[in-house]
Design a protein around this ligand. Structure first.
Ligand code: ATP
Ligand code: MG
Length: 377
């Protein structure tokens, strides 16, 4: 049975501050010298609180979940991380910032808890006591996303300090960037870049070159952490290309040249930007609909888990994790599927100046209203 470490008892009741995108961006904009020390202290506190609360989620799970080896592995990694990060002491000088950074680097950047928890979910899904499995994993992953974002923002801030990049001229040239936050990421360019790498991976697996058409307003920029946006786009393109290619192979055995392209569109409106990825595969069968958002669910049969196939599908984390990333800073991911194919809609929320008065004003920033009507699934 898992037991909450003593350090976690100390941190779990501290205040967990909401980490909005503007708040994350503002961490990069403090005054020099005192700025980095204060911000590092803030990051240390918020990482420790989130680690402690994650650990607490583990210890209240049903016993069979606590006994799972993947769950135990994830728990112990978090406990070690908390010990080390809290143990780096109060951050009161630049030297201490560096000590904290090395602890964060060692504990928060490299560990891979997500595949571990997805495997645990897959193993435990049939047990009646694990109906909360998804909620538990969702919770742990949300904390993990915030922890990594805070950590990486602090690395970015320190790098800028070290390389003296925070002068006025540089700040002006990079108006749209604030550490790991990009206020104006051209999402069409991201789709184009990622599209060609997924096409290559598909060719490797299926021996067929998929086609992707990317269109839309080239100025359709989104405010996001680019690593999150890239993850979402990659996962949706992998799914869309897999569906198109497998349908083609099924229906036209032998004719591998001609099939409907995956279409990518971006539309900007006052609420933000909507990216739509559409395929003409065979859609998501009604029998799978309730499973697709579950961590660890994949329609790739276990015997097809070749290392090649895993480039495209099989881990069962793509959709749920993409949605968790999309929702983390107020956006969303919805799917609409019929027997003729699937449309995936990603909503990127507009970044509002009002949310963060400390941020410099970026030209033509849209104001926020509600999301467009929600779509099925
Ligand atoms: N565009 C799509 N068309 C048809 N089925 C889809 C589509 N997108 C997702 N699915 C179904 O949803 C399942 C879960 O998708 P998800 O991306 O989470 O996992 P995966 O693709 O199997 O594995 P990986 O995590 O490696 O991407 C897929 O296995 C597939 O059956
Ligand atoms: Mg996938």
């Amino acid at each position: 049975m898992l037991r909450l470490p003593r350090t976690a008892m100390r941190w779990k009741d501290q205040r967990e501050l909401l980490l909005s995108l503007p708040k994350l961006a503002s961490l990069n904009r403090g005054p020099r010298e005192t700025g980095i020390v204060e911000q590092a202290a803030f990051v240390q506190e918020q990482v420790c609180v989130r680690l402690a609360r994650s650990l607490q989620h583990f210890v209240v799970q049903p016993l069979d979940m606590q006994m799972d080896r993947f769950v135990q592995q994830a728990f112990h990694e978090k406990a070690i991380a908390l010990e080390s990060i809290a143990g780096s002491g109060t951050v009161s000088s630049v030297q201490k910032v560096d000590r904290l950074l090395s602890s964060l680097r060692e504990n928060c950047s490299l560990r891979e808890t997500i595949p571990c928890l997805a495997r645990a979910c897959r193993d435990l899904r049939d047990h009646s006591s694990t109906s909360d499995c998804e909620l538990f994993v969702e919770n742990i992953i949300s904390h993990r996303i915030a922890i990594r974002a805070l950590t990486e923002q602090l690395f970015a801030l320190r790098d800028e300090e070290l390389f003296a990049l925070r002068d006025e001229e540089h700040a002006f040239a990079n108006m749209s960037k604030s550490g790991i936050v990009d206020l104006e990421l051209p999402i069409i360019d991201v789709a184009l870049q990622i599209g060609s790498s997924v096409v290559e991976a598909c060719e490797d697996v299926y021996g067929i070159k998929a086609e992707v058409n990317v269109e839309g307003d080239p100025h359709a920029c989104v405010s996001c952490v680019p690593a999150h946006a890239r993850y979402i786009v990659r996962e949706l393109l992998k799914n869309a290309m897999r569906a198109s290619l497998e349908r083609r192979i099924e229906e036209h055995e032998g004719d591998k040249s001609n099939f409907a392209a995956v279409e990518v569109k971006a539309v900007k409106n006052v609420a933000g930007t909507v990216l739509t990825i559409s395929d003409r595969g065979c859609g998501i069968p009604p029998s799978s609909v309730e499973n697709i958002w579950k961590y660890g669910y994949s329609s790739v049969p276990a015997h097809d888990y070749s290392s090649k196939m895993l480039q495209i599908a099989g881990q069962g984390v793509g959709l749920p994790l993409a949605r968790t990333y999309a929702r983390h800073f107020g956006g969303d991911l919805k799917l609409c599927s019929t027997e003729h194919g699937t449309d995936a809609h990603v909503y990127f929320k507009a970044f509002t100046v009002e949310e963060n008065s400390a941020m410099p004003r970026v030209a033509s920033m849209p104001c926020s209203t509600s999301w467009p009507a929600q779509i099925a699934l």
